[in-house]
Design a protein around this ligand. Structure first.
Ligand SMILES: CC(C)(COP(=O)(O)OP(=O)(O)OC[C@H]1O[C@@H](n2cnc3c(N)ncnc32)[C@H](O)[C@@H]1OP(=O)(O)O)[C@@H](O)C(=O)NCCC(=O)NCCS
Length: 169
């Protein structure tokens, strides 16, 4: 039996999602956000989720210990078949298979929703994130040099992509 379950997130999960995320805002370059996210911002983000751009959570013993989401890649209509993936595992629960399971689940949801491709935009120093993406089939596209800055360092961003075998809808 798996030690956690995955389900769609609801508005009631917003605070748990925000707490997991804000740890990384403070401690990591995996997000280039620098100011802590507010409850209002995360609630607004939750209300934007849909079948095509869902948020999911991993739950164990009634606690949310990781979350994942698909977001629009760009707003213009012609980008409607591309999404960007996010996966955040609580910092005390790494390497238990949560990230892989959530990302594989997101890929299945993307296929069901008729998306054609998923893009990963990752700070190039985030080796865990890149290794996870390669492990589930994302391919390296390229690296933008010094497009981000956090903790007084210039940061490169590596783009990866997974193309899904789905027909247009
Ligand atoms: C990246 C992240 C989501 C990985 O989640 P996780 O639950 O710890 O990863 P998993 O246990 O599912 O690992 C799956 C695979 O990813 C790779 N991986 C994960 N963490 C790794 C690490 N620290 N170093 C190298 N490879 C790693 C491995 O290939 C691993 O397979 P293995 O355990 O069989 O070797 C997690 O480290 C995290 O939340 N980081 C901060 C947020 C972030 O960077 N999000 C962006 C991800 S798209």
């Amino acid at each position: 039996m798996p030690e956690f379950t995955i389900r769609l997130a609801t508005l009631a999960d917003a605070e748990a999602i925000r707490a997991i995320y804000n740890y990384y805002v403070t401690h990591s370059t995996c997000t280039y956000q620098i100011e802590l996210e507010t409850a209002e911002e995360r609630a607004a983000w939750m209300r934007e989720r849909s079948e095509k751009y869902p948020a999911t959570v991993a739950e164990a013993d009634g606690q949310i210990i990781a979350w994942a989401a698909l977001s629009p890649w760009k707003s213009r209509c012609g980008y409607a078949w591309a999404a960007e993936a996010s996966v955040y595992v609580h910092h005390e629960h790494h390497r238990r298979g949560l990230g892989r399971t959530l990302l594989l689940d997101l890929i299945e949801r993307a296929k069901q929703a008729g998306l054609h491709t998923i893009i990963g935009g990752t700070s190039s120093d985030q080796q865990a994130s890149l290794a996870l993406q390669y492990a589930v089939g994302f391919e390296l596209i390229g690296t933008f040099r010094e497009v981000g800055r956090k903790f007084d360092h210039w940061l490169d961003v590596t783009y990866t992509q997974l193309t899904l075998p789905v027909s247009l809808r």
